[in-house]
Design a protein around this ligand. Structure first.
Ligand code: UD1
Ligand code: CA
Length: 430
């Protein structure tokens, strides 16, 4: 960890183009994790404190940061009203009056950036003793992004926003990624000097470039070639594109590590899912949130893992099996059409088709746990009404509703006796 670097993450904007009444832009999700979550995760190892600037629907973003990231040192700072990206960063000034280290600035709506790229960016800044560095890249279609303007000698001059750009500037394909590294002590005074002299009447963070050059600081743009990492989310269309990019990246990484993905076009696996070697993921499987899957497992086709799932080695989760917040030990099979939630399954457990762990009481809204010890066999179409434990080696007959704990090695079944009425059909049709 770089003990001398803090992150400022801009997340106060309205996100008008998302057209969302209920959710602030940065809390929209890609496979079970919010945009802001991705950004914080990418800086948590390289910074010792993270300031998230909040404003629009601040309470929701504050609650998110507090519940998920307060232990790593993330905190929120209110920006109200929201007068632009430069104004947003200035909100941290009171907290950093005597701070001598570096400030890494990112946008909460740019979730595809990766720690590796950030490290290269930081290295570039340090290697040339830069005071202000902005990350840039070349976009075939730069519409909407700030343009990097350089002079004849290719030296960085300023950044011009789309709305302020003339026709020549609009043709520039080098864009501002919205990621900056500042040597704080030298740059903090800029926030007293920013003026909203532009088409949007906002305090632009991008104006620090021009300011730095005027003050004879070492100001640079670091052009990176991983274009997709810069992709910002401003609309639902952007969200769908980013989800695809993120998924493709994850599947490629998994395949490189020895996981078989039978059909990458129909498989979705979240960034925070770890999968062991020689596991096979069959088509139309959707895995969201944080999960760990062991080696030599078979998952799907059409399996749905919803997060908090830990699967040890040699496990089979078959067709139309949904699993949430559960631990499944090695050599266990959940073959077909089952729901396993808030459960712990031992080794060599066999779950018959259509088995349900009834974990949720909608009246009390309480979720309860199902425990199946090693070697338990559950007959098809069983409902396990939680809280319930089936002890080691016990068998459950098909079609049972289990409402009590079952002792080891017992057979338990709830079933009305089978009646056979001879010639009943023949008599009926007569
Ligand atoms: C910004 C940059 C642009 C760059 C692009 C990269 C400026 C002026 N423009 O444009 O050069 O190419 O990002 O994605 O900086 N925010 C606040 N408070 C505010 C305004 C915005 O916290 O008062 C936050 C937003 O929530 C968002 C981020 O800042 O996370 C960027 O704001 P946005 O309005 O999306 O800027 P862009 O128009 O994309
Ligand atoms: Ca943006």
């Amino acid at each position: 960890m770089n003990k001398n670097m803090k992150a400022v993450i801009l997340a106060a904007g309205k996100g008008t183009r998302m057209k969302s009444e209920t959710t602030p832009k940065v809390l929209h999700e890609i496979m079970g994790k919010s945009l802001l979550g991705y950004v914080i995760d990418n800086v948590k190892n390289i910074t010792d404190e993270q300031f998230v600037i909040v404003g629009h629907q601040a309470e929701k973003v504050e609650e998110f940061v507090k519940s998920k990231y307060s232990e790593i040192g993330a905190k929120t700072v209110i920006q109200s009203p929201q007068l632009g990206t430069g104004h947003a960063v200035s909100m941290v000034c009171p907290f950093l009056e005597n701070y001598e280290g570096q400030i890494l600035i990112l946008c909460g709506d740019t979730p595809l950036i990766q720690e590796k790229t950030l490290n290269e960016f930081i290295k570039f800044h340090n290697d040339i003793n830069s005071d202000i560095t902005v990350m840039s890249t070349l976009f075939e279609n730069p519409t909407g992004y700030g343009r990097i303007i350089r002079d004849q000698d290719k030296h960085l001059k300023c950044i011009v926003e789309e709305k302020d750009a003339d026709d020549n500037q609009k043709k520039v394909k080098e864009v501002n990624a919205g990621i900056y590294l500042l040597n704080w002590a030298k740059v903090k005074d800029v926030f007293k000097d920013l003026k909203p002299n532009n088409a949007q009447g906002e305090y632009y963070l991008t104006d620090i470039i021009f300011w730095g050059i005027e003050k004879k600081l070492n100001v640079n743009a670091c052009m990176i070639d991983v274009v997709e990492e810069i992709y910002g989310i401003n609309s639902r269309q952007n969200l769908a594109v980013a989800t695809k990019i993120m998924n493709k990246r994850k599947l490629n990484n998994l395949m490189s590590e020895g996981v078989t993905i039978v059909d990458p076009d129909s498989t979705w696996i979240s960034e925070d899912t770890i999968i062991g070697q020689d596991t096979i993921i069959y088509p139309s499987t959707y895995i969201e949130g944080k999960n760990v899957i062991g080696k030599n497992c078979k998952i799907g086709p059409c399996a749905h893992l919803r997060g908090g799932v830990e699967v040890l080695d040699n496990v089979k989760l078959g067709n139309f099996v949904e699993v949430k917040k559960s631990k499944i030990s090695s050599n266990t099979n959940v073959g077909h059409l089952s729901y396993i939630g808030d459960s712990e399954l031992g080794s060599f457990v066999n779950i018959g088709a259509g088995t349900i762990t009834a974990n949720y009481d909608p009246l009390s809204k309480i979720k309860s746990k199902t425990t199946l010890k090693d070697n338990v066999k559950i007959g098809s179409n069983t409902v396990l009404v939680a809280p319930v434990t089936v002890e080691e080696g016990a068998n459950i007959g098909a079609g049972s509703v289990i409402t009590k704990n079952i002792e080891p090695w017992a057979l338990a079944l709830t079933r009305s006796p089978l009646k056979i009425l001879s010639d009943w059909v023949k008599k009926k049709i007569k």
